[in-house]
Design a protein around this ligand. Structure first.
Ligand code: F6P
Length: 320
């Protein structure tokens, strides 16, 4: 391996810059050249490629977003797009590539590996929805950002003795909702993995909690369930309790990464370069059972994971 490329793909996540910095500096320290591929696989296909040196990643460890920009690329899902991407790598002398993103991005990485470009994936998504790893870059910052916002909503919700539904991101996964639900002491947490659409049970719970003297009722609703505004309207009509919905949205994806996201992303970035230097390809860096490890991308994509039953059960008990 002489020259590596690095790209960020899919939704951005705080800590991606820390990972880019670690990849660039580790690679240069090992005598490799580094090319930054902008705007994900789109930029690869369109050859939006820049040379990177140690200074090009200065002053970014504390910044949210990704200095390489990111995109979701439909063309790279096609065999033609993948072929083009591999050809561009050859043309620019890129013999190894680090892809920071989610499952969709790793499917692209797999194809590049098949075409002979050594690829290593880093899990970068606020959703924590990558099965082989207990940690993804950006999750810690996102839950802290959401938690702080929900604390603020809780203040006003209590003052007005309201019910508040707060919708958090996570695509089809409920990890952000579960963590915020526990951290914010929510009365109800609606997760796509668990919610059975029994709105009447939810309404009964709100009425019963009010009878027990609760001044507010916080419901954390995962994006995978959605429909928070309509749900608020129906709850208010059924309970007579003023109910408001807040959709936190993209603020959860921005902001300066937490210490954990900076440190873990830095370690993962360095680890990815080490794997490339060992001649490895089609691997995904993960954090599993307290250790940084790596998995074959094919095996990683076939894995599944679920919400922790114990955590989910205690979340309901603790807010009683
Ligand atoms: O994967 C991160 C995420 O923010 C999800 O939580 C959300 O469903 C999605 O991206 C939104 O994607 P977009 O930026 O394309 O609207």
């Amino acid at each position: 391996i002489k020259t590596i490329g690095i790209l960020t793909s899919g939704g951005d996540a705080p800590g991606m810059n820390a990972a880019i910095r670690a990849v660039v500096r580790t690679a240069i320290n090992k005598g490799l050249k580094v090319k930054g591929i902008q705007k994900g696989y789109n930029g690869l296909i369109n050859e939006e490629i820049i040379d990177m040196d140690k200074r090009s990643v200065a002053d970014i460890i504390q910044r949210g977003g990704t200095i390489l920009y990111t995109a979701r690329c439909m063309e790279f899902m096609t065999p033609e797009g993948q072929k083009k991407g591999a050809e561009v790598c050859k043309k620019h002398g890129i013999d190894g590539i680090v892809v920071i993103g989610g499952d969709g991005s790793f499917r692209g990485a797999q194809k590049l590996a098949e075409a002979g470009v050594n690829t290593i994936g880093l899990p970068g998504t606020i959703d924590l929805d990558i099965a082989c790893t207990d940690y993804t870059i950006g999750f810690d910052t996102a839950i802290n950002t959401a938690m702080e916002a929900i604390d603020k909503i809780r203040d006003t919700s209590t003052s007005h003795e309201r019910c508040s539904i707060i919708e958090v991101m996570g695509r089809n996964a409920g990890y952000i909702a579960l963590w915020c639900g526990i951290a914010n002491g929510a009365e109800d947490i609606l997760l796509p993995e668990r919610y059975d659409n029994d709105e009447q049970a939810l309404i009964n719970h709100i009425i019963e909690a009010r009878k027990r003297g609760k001044k507010h009722h916080l419901i954390i609703n995962a994006e995978g369930i959605g429909h928070s505004t309509g749900m608020a309207r129906r709850i208010e009509a059924a309970t007579g309790i003023e109910t408001r919905a807040t959709i936190l949205g993209y603020m959860q994806r921005g902001g300066s990464p937490t210490c954990k996201d900076r440190v873990y992303a830095s370690v993962m970035g360095a680890y990815a370069v080490d794997l490339l230097c060992e001649g490895k390809s089609n691997r995904l860096v993960a954090y599993k059972d307290g250790k940084f490890v790596d998995f074959d991308i094919d095996e990683a994509l076939a894995m599944t994971k679920d919400i922790d039953e114990y955590e989910f059960n205690i979340s309901a008990l603790l807010s009683k």
